[in-house]
Ligand binder design. Structure first.
Ligand code: ZN
Ligand code: ZN
Ligand code: ZN
Length: 112
C-alpha cells in the first residue's frame, strides 16, 4: 500500500521526517549508539537490518511496514511541494546532488 501524504495528519509529518532523516544518518553512522542520536540511531539501525532481510509486505513488525512505505515514497517522490519530502530532501540528499552537479559540469566542459 502506497503512502498517501495528502492524507497524513499534520502532526505525523515531523515524525515521519525524523524517520527519513534517521535512516539516512544511521546507514552511514559508524559509532552507533554512541553518536549524538544515541538509542534512536541504534533502533533505526536494528530496523534497517531487519528490513534488509524482510520481504514481507505484511510483516508483523509494525515499524517495518511503515518505514518501507515512507522510504519508498521518499525515493519516488519528485514533488518540490511535498509536505513530507520537500523540507528535508535538501538536507539528506546534499551529497548526492553535489556529485550530480559536478558530473553535469564536467560533461558540459567536454562539449565546449
Ligand atoms: Zn548514529
Ligand atoms: Zn519486516
Ligand atoms: Zn513526497
Amino acid at each position: 500500500m502506497a503512502l498517501n501524504v495528502a492524507a497524513l495528519p499534520p502532526e505525523h509529518v515531523p515524525v515521519l521526517q525524523g524517520w527519513i532523516f534517521m535512516v539516512h544518518h544511521s546507514v552511514k553512522c559508524s559509532v552507533s549508539p554512541h553518536c549524538k542520536y544515541g538509542q534512536r540511531c541504534a533502533t533505526t539501525r536494528e530496523l534497517l537490518v531487519h528490513q534488509a532481510g524482510c520481504a514481507n509486505a505484511a510483516c508483523g513488525t509494525e515499524s517495518c511496514v511503515q518505514l518501507r512505505q515512507i522510504m519508498e515514497h521518499f525515493a519516488q517522490c519528485a514533488s518540490t511541494e511535498c509536505v513530507l519530502c520537500a523540507p528535508i530532501r535538501f538536507q539528506v540528499q546534499k551529497s548526492r546532488s553535489t556529485s550530480l552537479t559536478r558530473r553535469r559540469i564536467s560533461a558540459g566542459a567536454r562539449l565546449a
